[in-house]
Write a protein that binds this ligand. Structure first.
Ligand code: PLP
Length: 357
């Protein structure tokens, strides 16, 4: 069996241990004699697994009792529309720190006024704006932010607070570090960056927020439907939720989110060090104090060298380091499942490539 060093941005590397466990159980889920994808979502065996997934997520993130965790299809992009459909009455404020927050703001404008509370757009989304630049307008229904900017490689180190509800897209750093859920009224994450296969969003919703729903909506567009029916109003994406369950247990076995955060810091330091010790051969895209622990973005002196770098890396089984099509350059995504060994292999390769060029 061949396994490469996988630096894909999403879908992305999953823990080998979990992949094997899923493989082992695939034909016989929990003694049912059927696969998880062959049993009813109304069965006791399925419900127990889904309940356990919610319990594990609550445990890992220390989610307070006045929040619900639900599973929704349609990916992160559905949430760009859905949060505004439910909660944008007058105007929504956006901390615009990358392609995804920008898309969310555009999608939300279907329902009303949207505006930037702060933005790093003019500087190529290379940094996280400071609190003294924030401007929240009167009548703002919520402020929306993206905790980790997958494409530009920046990440909020601490979270801002406002007098209005705070929403957060945590798709690309979900379960990579502890988070104080109380700081937010609504958190969501498409799982395909850090937690499972594409096809489900984990949404964490404060109960009080549901009182702010501002318009009548089709049943599948209402968060209330998912909360009231425990995510089984219709058939949920059973395999995805099962996979999230396995990853949650893997995290828990390995010391939870605090241990994961420490590990992620160490991993990122290895790769950023390769950038910083290159005398400018590699140039990090993100401002140093805004650097993401999940997505390391950088450029080489020329696009031609970047193409050579990506091709030579692939020959060493270092896969997925081409930057996003919108900004080019290189990007190494070092999510939870990417090992320290993988980060060392990349850093060694970077040093070696630099020497040769
Ligand atoms: C990948 C990503 C998205 C988009 O998710 P889809 O499931 O493809 O719609 C949204 N937000 C962030 C932060 C992402 O990294």
């Amino acid at each position: 069996m061949k396994r490469v060093y996988n630096f894909n941005a999403g879908p992305s590397a999953m823990p080998l241990e979990v992949l094997k466990e899923v493989q082992d159980e695939f034909l016989d889920f929990n003694g049912t004699g059927m696969s998880i994808v062959e049993i009813s979502h109304r069965s006791a065996a399925y419900q127990a697994m889904q309940d356990d997934t919610v319990a594990m997520l609550k445990k890992l993130l220390a989610v307070p009792d006045d929040y619900h965790i639900v599973f929704i299809q349609g990916g992160g992009s559905m949430q760009f529309t859905m949060h505004a459909a439910n909660f944008l009455k007058t105007r929504g404020g956006y901390l615009n720190t990358g392609v995804w927050s920008n898309k969310a703001m555009e999608a939300a404008s279907f329902f009303g006024e949207t505006y930037e509370v702060a933005s790093s757009k003019a500087d190529g989304f290379s940094y996280i704006p400071k609190a003294d630049t924030f401007a929240v307008k009167e009548g703002t229904d919520y402020v929306y932010m993206t905790s980790n900017n997958t494409i530009h490689g920046t990440e909020w180190k601490t979270f801002p607070s406002f007098d209005v509800p705070l929403f957060c897209d945590m798709s690309s750093d979900f379960l990579s570090r502890p988070v104080d859920v109380k700081q937010f009224d609504f958190i969501y994450a498409g799982v395909q960056k850090n937690v499972g296969p594409a096809g489900v969003v984990v949404a964490i919703i404060k109960d009080d927020l549901l009182k702010n729903v501002c318009r009548d909506l089709p049943v599948m567009m209402q968060y209330k439907t998912y909360v009231d029916h425990d995510s089984t109003y219709n058939t949920p994406p059973v395999f995805n939720i099962y996979f999230v369950n396995k990853v949650s247990h893997w995290l828990d076995r390995n010391g939870g989110l605090a241990a994961m955060a420490k590990c992620n810091q160490e991993k990122a330091a290895i790769v950023y060090d390769a950038i910083d010790s290159s005398d400018g051969f590699y140039r990090g895209h993100a401002a140093v104090d805004s650097r993401s622990l999940m997505n390391v973005t950088f450029n080489l002196p020329t696009p031609d060298l970047e193409a050579q770098f990506i091709a030579a890396a692939a020959e060493q089984d270092l896969i997925g380091i081409k930057g996003h099509r919108s900004i080019g350059g290189c990007r190494a995504s070092i999510y939870n499942a990417v090992t320290e060994e993988g980060c060392r292999a990349l850093a060694d390769f970077m040093k070696d490539f630099h020497k040769k060029h």
